[in-house]
Design a protein around this ligand. Structure first.
Ligand SMILES: [Zn+2]
Length: 680
């Protein structure tokens, strides 16, 4: 009975949770089939409705449409990413093109699109309120961008392309994981561990055990790779791990992403032209806050030049340090992180390694909750009543200022062999209230190295920032007051979506938060005031490097997707090399994401021609936080209230530029971005 299938049935678990612990791979194929059938029935019913189209009989059924499929898919993709066994991955390869096909059944349905067009034509006479008008406008745009206005031949080709792209995206992501899993550098001899902390070796031993090995291993997870690059004294091993990290997705054999990229770029180009755009970038920017690729490129270029000058000075200082140590080599990307630490120590900057004992995972989680309480009046209580997908995961109930339950938050913080790398937020269920309030269910996933009990996990400053970042996204989902699910939470333009998350990071580094939560793991003593002042003042530390590695990837992403010669080849790595050469990429820094493992761009469509979005949003977050700083109270109640109303709880109910203006009282100014990155 499909009603008893834990992957399919409505989420009646405690606090509206899905059956995380019961749903297994074998439940999903029948659950997807049933959900597809249910959705098709809903599409047919709407298309066959003989009544004159109205907002209520057209837009509301669309908001309700496909609930079963959303449920099944949300749980499935959460499990693929966090549990990720072979059986789930096989289903993913099968289901990705199916989802695209089923999506097309709605968007390419002429009768439903005709209803929307009829409403659109008389939109001013419908008596809609602002949110309803926005829903109509966004719905129509979604249909048009998915091919609804094409002729029959165009629609058929559009559908084929969408399906093929979905398959390619799924395979791309799986290939990267396969390359990550196949690599482990065993630190067999004591000499292999030179420079590494006990904590690192301990975590590396835990990773080894999980793979059935004895000697500690370095893996290609960022939480293993980056500290190894910083602390290992073995230049040969740093180079070896760097090469493996850099080569992910570009090895000959079964997991080679190069042909996948070529086909993806060609299909994206063809789709954009079908829809009347000169390029995929033009198509994507049409639905963004930046509006044009040129605007994004100008913003990236404005930080690139000063960052290049900054890293050149830093590189010269590092070269001097390594020469003074007796080193006789040129600074390379596998040296940068290590000598950057030494340079900062010499310059009496913050010693980040010495900070780690002050950032315990439970304290940083509490700090993130505390800030949410101060700014938005919500509170979080841990609950053991939700059976989760893994014993490492934790759940909290969010309550609003009246004490009423308002959402479920789940955190899954540790790296595991089969878990997808990186950090992300996922709204398993959006908030809505158009037919009674449904609370959101939101997940944060991270990949911190675990050694021993989860409470003993200590974070680097960077990892603590990541936790705040993802929690900022989580609040964007949890605080949503949008009536309609398709306008809820993070359903905003992608160059605005990083604004709430990046803004949230600022509070971690305020003295108010550090004094209370940065407590030594053994003594409980707070961090000294001198270092607190330094952290708050030195947001710009190492920002030259961070700017270069990020902007390089952002430039490449735009170059991949802009208008090109009619007979140009879609060779992503050649386009990448040419673009980096044209920009005079410093040779001692590597791009943050080389194309064959650039998942933002190729494992799905989300951030293609959109990687610049982080920097675009950063213009907003740096300018926005300066407003708080200027009041002298980083929790200024009046400003926090506007931030909640127009940003964190507003979802996509307004145009993003207007939402920002309502919060800030004016348009964003770019000076704050350069000041934040120390590039002014
Ligand atoms: Zn983000």
């Amino acid at each position: 009975m499909i009603e008893n299938n834990p992957a399919f049935r409505p989420w009646n678990g405690p606090h509206g949770a899905p059956a995380f612990a019961q749903a297994r791979a074998e439940h999903f194929p029948p659950a997807f089939e049933a959900a597809f059938a249910e959705r098709r029935g809903e599409i047919d019913a709407l298309a066959a409705d003989p009544a004159e189209p109205t907002f209520d009989n057209t837009l509301l059924p669309l908001e309700r449409l496909g609930r079963a499929l959303e449920r099944v898919a949300a749980l499935f993709f959460h499990l693929v990413a966090t549990v990720g066994d072979d059986a789930l991955e096989a289903i993913e390869r099968d289901v990705a093109p199916r989802l695209a096909r089923e999506g097309n059944l709605l968007y390419l349905n002429p009768k439903i699109f005709a209803r929307i067009e009829a409403l659109w034509a008389k939109r001013d006479a419908l008596g809609l309120d602002a949110e309803q008008a926005r829903l109509l406008e966004r719905t129509r745009s979604a249909f048009v961008r998915r091919g609804a206005a094409l002729d029959e031949r165009g629609k058929a080709r559009f559908a084929e392309i969408a399906e093929r792209l979905a398959s390619l995206g799924a395979t791309f992501g799986q290939n990267v994981i396969a390359d990550e899993r196949s690599f482990a550098l065993a630190l067999t001899e004591p000499a292999d561990r030179a420079g590494l902390s006990d904590g690192f070796v301990e975590a590396a031993t835990v990773s080894a055990k999980a793979r059935g090995a004895e000697a500690p291993i370095v893996t290609l997870s960022r939480s293993s790779f980056e500290p190894f690059q910083e602390f290992s004294e073995r230049r040969d091993l740093r180079e070896k791990t760097f090469e493996a990290f850099f080569a992910r997705g570009a090895r000959d054999g079964a997991h080679d992403n190069r042909p996948i990229m070529a086909e993806t770029l060609a299909l994206r180009d063809e789709r954009a032209k079908l829809l009347g755009f000169p390029s995929h970038a033009d198509f994507k920017f049409d639905d963004s806050m930046a509006k044009t690729p040129d605007a994004a490129e100008r913003l990236i270029a404005s930080v690139w030049a000063p960052a290049c000058a900054k890293v050149a000075r830093e590189a010269a200082e590092m070269q001097a340090i390594l020469a003074a140590e007796g080193g006789n080599f040129k600074l390379m990307p596998w040296d940068w992180r290590r000598y950057a630490l030494k340079r900062r120590a010499a310059a009496a900057d913050i010693d980040e390694a010495a900070l780690k004992p002050y950032f315990s995972l439970p304290n940083i989680i509490d700090a993130a909750f505390y800030v949410a309480g101060r700014l938005f009046g919500v509170s979080f209580q841990p609950t053991d009543s939700v059976p989760l997908h893994h014993s490492d995961a934790r759940a909290w109930v969010m309550r609003d200022e009246t004490g009423a339950e308002a959402g479920l938050f789940i955190g899954d913080y540790f790296a595991r062999g089969s878990k997808r790398s990186g950090a992300w937020m996922n709204a398993l269920r959006d908030a809505e209230s158009f037919e009674g309030r449904l609370n959101p269910v939101v997940v944060n996933v991270m990949n911190f190295a675990k050694a021993g009990d989860w409470k003993d996990c200590q974070l680097s400053l960077d990892e603590a920032r990541t936790l705040f970042h993802e929690f900022g996204h989580a609040l964007h989902g949890l605080l949503s007051q949008a009536r309609y699910p398709s306008l809820a939470g993070t359903n905003v333009s992608r160059d605005f979506v990083e604004f709430p998350s990046q803004l949230y990071e600022h509070w971690l580094e305020t003295p108010e938060v550090l004094r209370r939560f940065a407590l030594h793991k053994d003594t409980g003593a707070p961090l000294d005031e001198a270092r607190i002042a330094k952290i708050s003042a030195a947001r710009s530390q190492n920002q030259g490097f961070a700017t270069i590695e990020y902007c390089a990837a952002a430039f490449v992403d735009l170059a991949l997707h802009r208008k090109r010669e009619a007979n140009a080849r879609y060779d992503a790595m050649a386009i990448e090399d040419a673009e980096l050469a044209r920009r005079a990429m410093p040779e001692f820094i590597a791009t943050r994401h080389r194309t064959p493992h650039f998942q933002h761009v190729f494992a799905g469509d989300g951030y293609s021609a959109g990687y610049y979005s982080y920097l675009w949003s950063e213009t907003l977050d740096s300018d926005g936080f300066e407003a708080f700083a200027a009041t002298g109270d980083v929790f200024d109640p009046a400003l926090a209230e506007r931030l909640k109303t127009y940003v964190y709880s507003a979802g996509g109910t307004r145009d993003p530029a207007e939402a920002y203006r309502l919060f800030r009282g004016r348009d964003p100014e770019s000076g704050a971005l350069l000041r934040k990155r120390g590039l002014a």
